[in-house]
Write a protein that binds this ligand. Structure first.
Ligand code: 5GP
Length: 125
């Protein structure tokens, strides 16, 4: 059973990705577990372009720039999820990116890991 994500107290800092987690807006979700949600980027920059986010309130952080002791584990959580996802789908090469801050190209202030690959998922081939 999946835990409920996002209690009302998290709504002060609401982004489009919070709405995706709460299923208020649609997204092409390709993977979900208790901690992580993975969906396709709406404007893909590679044949496969996914976004990895942490689902739970206590793991919310807006940006790498805002990490604290309490959220320092979150980038590792996302990277490990990406590594597992790639292994499970036989994706041999990929790029992982965090955009940090407006000047770093960050548009959505909900920490997310970009996963880009020239290799598509098998169901798309
Ligand atoms: P950033 O530039 O903040 O690192 O990346 C945000 C990414 O989110 C962009 O690549 C953008 O295309 C994607 N994005 C923005 N809005 C939506 C949306 O509503 N749905 C999905 N699936 N992706 C989005």
């Amino acid at each position: 059973m999946l835990r409920n994500a996002f209690t009302p107290c998290s709504m002060a800092q609401d982004t489009i990705f919070h709405k995706i987690v709460r299923r208020e807006i649609p997204a092409d979700i390709v993977y979900e577990d208790d901690a992580v949600l993975v969906f396709r980027d709406i404007h893909p920059k590679a044949p496969l372009h996914l976004l990895f986010i942490a689902k739970h309130d206590e793991d919310f952080v807006s940006s790498i720039d805002d990490l604290t002791e309490n959220t320092a584990h979150v980038p590792g959580l996302l990277i490990q999820a990406a590594q597992r996802f790639a292994k499970e789908h036989g994706i041999k090469g990929y790029q992982l990116r965090f955009h940090v801050g407006k000047d770093g190209g960050q548009e959505v202030f909900y920490l997310h890991l970009h996963f880009l690959s020239n290799q598509k998922l098998t169901e798309e081939q």
